[in-house]
Every structure is written in C-alpha cells, then in structure tokens.
Ligand binder design. Sequence first.
Ligand SMILES: C[S@@+](CC[C@H](N)C(=O)[O-])C[C@H]1O[C@@H](n2cnc3c(N)ncnc32)[C@H](O)[C@@H]1O
Length: 211
Amino acid sequence: MSDSEDDGPPQLSSHALAALQEFYAEQRLRTEPGADEKYNIGIIEENWQLSQFWYCQETALRLAQEAMRAAGDGGRIACVSAPSVFQKLRELQGEGASACIFEYDKRFAIYGDQFVFYDYNKPLDLPDSITAHSFDIVVADPPYLSEECLQKTSETIRFLTRAKVLLCTGAVMEEEAARLLGVRMCKFIPQHTRNLANEFRCYVNYDSGLD
Ligand SMILES: C[S@@+](CC[C@H](N)C(=O)[O-])C[C@H]1O[C@@H](n2cnc3c(N)ncnc32)[C@H](O)[C@@H]1O
C-alpha cells in the first residue's frame, strides 16, 4: 500500500487482494447451506491452528470399515489423531464401540471414557489404564508432515498396537514410515473435505482391503 496522498486511493497489493478474496470465499462456503455437514465432523468444526483437516465421509467410512475388519469381532481399535474415523466407528458400532480416540483437542472429551488426551510431543505420557499392546489395530494421522512428528507418533503407535497399523500421512513420508513402522503404501487414496496442498496416502503393515 502507498500512503502518499498524491497516489490516489490506497491500493492493496495483489497478494493482499488474493488473501482477502480467499478469506471471503471461505466465509461464503462456511455459511452456505450444507456447509456444516461438509466441513464439520459431528458437531466439531475444523481448527486449522491444530492442523485439523477432516476426511470426507466416504474416506472416514472406508477407513473405519477397514479398521473393523482388521481388528476382528470384538477387537479394540485406537484412533490416534484421527477423530473422524473414531466418529464413524461409533456410527457403525454404536456408543459401546470398542474404540478409543487419542486426541489433543479437548472438544472430543464429549466421548467420555473413550477419549484419551494425547500430545504427540509426549508419546508415552498416557493414563495407566492404557496398557501396552492392548489394541488390535491403531489408525493414526499425525498432525504434521515432519520426521519429528512421525517419529514421536510412531512411538505411541508401537506402544499401543498388538501388531496392525493403518497410518495416513503425506506421500513424502513413505520412506520414513517404512523405516519406523514397517508399513507400505496402499492403492487407496484418502480424500478430505477440502483439497490439500500435499499428496496424502494410507500405509499398512498387514494384508488390508485398501489395495
Ligand atoms: C491432519 S489431522 C488428522 C485428522 C483426520 N484427517 C480425520 O479426519 O480424522 C491431525 C489431527 O491431529 C490432532 N493434533 C493436533 N495437535 C496435536 C498434538 N500436539 N498431539 C496429537 N494430536 C494433535 C488434531 O486435533 C487433528 O485431529
């Protein structure tokens, strides 16, 4: 912007204008009919400060079904930083779902005993009620695409799982994920409610239905 009076009315830079247009477009999307269903999971709206990007309904359903299949009848499922999979499991299995949600966002404490507060920076700082290798499968979607975040989240995953892991993260994390968790990339490509800048993929360490 210029503040000289001779230059006429103040002008926004092209960057500032683009950012403003994006902001207003986003506001319109959020207030248009159906926006609640599109961008919220249950009653919980995405909070970008917490790196929250929800799966679309079809992806949440596919991952929940895969977790149930892999866990087997009565098997326990841990959803680590993957709340929409947890919510889908509750839809499919009812309130008594044998699943837990490990989350930093305390809004998910509405799920009572099934909610476990979790900060990936303290990977093994979990309540005593959560014992080692007590879940048949762990579904995880770490909040950041960094080696450090994947490394710490992997520590939690290895502690929780009996064996099976279903990890969702960026395609760029493929090598690191293989090294830390022994997982390989699936053909199935998870989709989100909005387009992400990074290519996202699923990884498993067992014969899954996602290929
Ligand atoms: C990329 S999103 C994954 C959500 C997934 N796509 C879904 O729809 O369920 C990352 C998740 O990590 C959670 N998160 C943010 N900060 C965290 C932290 N410090 N420790 C653990 N989880 C965190 C967010 O609340 C969010 O649910």
